[in-house]
Design a protein around this ligand. Structure first.
Ligand code: ADP
Length: 185
């Protein structure tokens, strides 16, 4: 059994010192707003250059270069993190279009990718709960459940940090995790 620590932080994911920081990217992998924009601004132009290269290599993938539910890994450049895992959440369309499976896949594939690369700590933003419109309560419950389940397959991962930027997500995760939470800023 994996005894990995689940942590909760309210703040900006770009400042974390962590092995892998997860980006809520879009399927083009070419940057966007929200947390994606913040990560690219903090990492510098080299991150976009690597994403462009990966997008080119994956241009034939249907719904791609990185379809919803999938994940790819890059360097982290000017960030304090060591790597960025770019995963693409589903756009909320009422919940009957496979959104829960796709969101679960984001968390699962990100952890499996980190494990495969030998990374021991991973930080997640609240994927899909910004412009993609996934209801925060449903997304938070699914994220915690999926991470707990997947950790059974990822013995190398010792620390998972949920990073909440807004107060509503923070309160939801605090209730779900039932723990004392720290402040990142
Ligand atoms: P999506 O398109 O997947 O909905 P967004 O970036 O719009 O992605 O939002 C995802 C979540 O990231 C939202 O809950 C938003 O509040 C949060 N967020 C935005 N900026 C940051 C940041 N710098 N650090 C951590 N989380 C952030």
């Amino acid at each position: 059994m994996n005894m990995a620590k689940l942590e909760l932080i309210r703040g900006d994911i770009t400042v974390l010192e962590i092995d892998a920081l997860v980006n809520a990217a879009n399927s083009g992998l070419l940057g966007g707003g929200g947390v994606d924009g913040a990560i690219h601004r903090a990492a510098g132009p080299e991150l976009l250059a690597e994403c462009v290269k990966i997008a080119g290599e994956r241009r034939h993938i249907p719904g791609g270069p990185c379809p919803a539910g999938d994940a790819v890994i890059t360097g982290a450049y000017r960030l304090k993190a060591k790597h960025v895992i770019h995963t693409v959440g589903p756009v909320w369309r009422g919940g009957g279009q496979g959104e829960p499976e796709l969101l679960a896949s984001c968390y699962r594939k990100s952890l499996l990718l980190a494990e495969e690369k030998g990374l021991g700590s991973v930080a997640f933003p609240n994927i899909s709960t910004g412009v993609y419109g996934y209801p925060r309560d449903k997304a938070a419950a699914l994220a915690v459940e999926t991470v707990k389940k997947t950790l059974g397959e990822t013995p190398g991962i010792k620390r998972v940090v949920f990073v909440c930027f807004d107060g509503e997500n923070f309160r939801l995760y605090r209730n779900l995790l039932g723990l004392q939470a720290g402040q990142a800023f």
